[in-house]
Write a protein that binds this ligand. Sequence first.
Ligand code: ADP
Length: 581
Amino acid sequence: MKRIFRKIFLAYLVVIVVLTTTILYFSFSIIKENHQNNLIENLLNINNPIDRAIVPLLLDSNMTRMDSLVKVIGNDIKVRITIINNEGIVLADSQKEPSKMQNHSDRPEVIKAFALGKGSSIRYSSTVKKDMLYVAVPIKVNGKLLGVSRLAIYMDDFDDLISNLRVRILQIVFIVVIISLILAIIFSRNITKPIADLVLVSKAVAGGDFEVKAIAETNDELKLLADSFNNMIDKIRYLFQKTNRQKEELINIISSIQEGIVVIDNEGKIKLTNQSFNKIVNNESAVGMFYWEIIREPAITKIVKKLKDSDKNRNTEIILNDEYYICNASHINDRKEIVLSLYNISHLKKLENIKKEFVANVSHELKTPLTVIKGYIETIEEEIDEKNKKYLNIIKNHTNRLIDIVQDLLTVSKLEDNNIKLDISEFKLKPFFANVYDTFEQRLKNKNLYLKINLADENLVLEADEYKLEQLFTNLIENAVKYSEQGGITISAVKENSGMRFEVADTGIGIPDSDIGRVFERFYTVDKSRARNYAGTGLGLSIVKHIVNLHKGSITVESKYGTGTKFVILIPLIGLNSDIT
Ligand code: ADP
């Protein structure tokens, strides 16, 4: 506030100083000029009677008389009188002996008098050694120029007068300036005080005090400003209370959520946790600490890093204190903060494990009796009569189907085993697919279908679990053969930056749009009546998906119902050890 006061005050000061100096400067020069003009006028007036007294003596050439007359008059009227002839020779002078004086034809006032009819000048007189004002007028008789009469007065008096005047004026100006400055201080205070009050009020509001009010005693713009400011305080108070209420509600909601929730800032410091999170990590004072000090789980550090690199929400499965959690990470507040939610899936994991174990055990137990049944069917098939052969065929088909299901279930169980290890090796794709081709050669011939293998490069190699990839392609080609009645299957492989991209396309019956999202689910078969025709287990694509996931790859399917189906598989060339989904 002192700054504004200083600025306004300085502005006043500058205006006052500029105004007074300008007025002083001009008034001094005007006064001086007026006074000089008056003096010149007076000297010219005095000159007339003097000329009249001198002319007869001049005509008589009575220089001695003229000189004494000039001395008497000059002494009386305190004016120096000098009579000069046409050649500039001094004929008479009231203060000096004319014969001892220089030729005066070069004096400015004399030159002007001869040329213009009158002349004046102020200058230093070498004769009397003082500053003097000279006024010279020509002496004429009947139009004949006889010389010049020059009157002069000392400038001492005039200078004294002017400096007296200056002192008086300066005294008055000084008093006026002092009064003006006092007024300037009062005006500046009047302007800055309401602003200073407003600053105090705004500081109080910034500090959280919404009960203060800005008061302006004047009835001008500052009053309007104070009124708007008060309105603003009311609005801020209302919004503040509303936000606080909403914040409390939100905190209550977050606290009551079963999932553990933690908000971390850009540097990884914990800003907020809920009760469930505190319980999970067994720490009530996690706020303010780094999240890695609280949850020592590398998978979380990885998803936080991945989330920072791209906006996609991430989730991963983690184990904390022997409990399983799905940890989800997403951005909030314009990417400034990250919220992690921990959902306990231990009960689901337990159920899933029980289910897996049950399926594996049942499949295992069923495998032997089914193989025995199949064996007996084949034995009695030889001996049975034609009538009963029809029924035995039905039993045989269903037994084969059961054996397929059991086999597929065992495969799925093995793939789902948490301890499963991939047997990674580097193998060439050309012999790999040649082998796959051989497996299907007969079935393709039977259905009159082709199988084309298009490798972008003859020497393509892949680092993966060869046996499982064989299972993957066998399942896909089996489906393609099963669901195609004409045309054939085209397999292509091309190496891309992100991995090896395979396509398995057929010209079969296709998959309806409504089913395409579910074909990878276990036991899912499109349209039961159609499935019966083709007799599948509904586990083939589930096995395929498992194998792709184990390789950290991806699989998508495109299909046009009635035209064909295309599966696109991407197997990454690196990163098989990453555990982030
Ligand atoms: P299934 O053993 O019944 O073939 P899958 O899991 O292999 O089971 O396939 C699931 C369903 O997806 C199948 O019932 C089938 O209707 C459909 N399907 C899979 N592959 C193809 C394909 N190449 N063409 C048409 N439909 C297909």
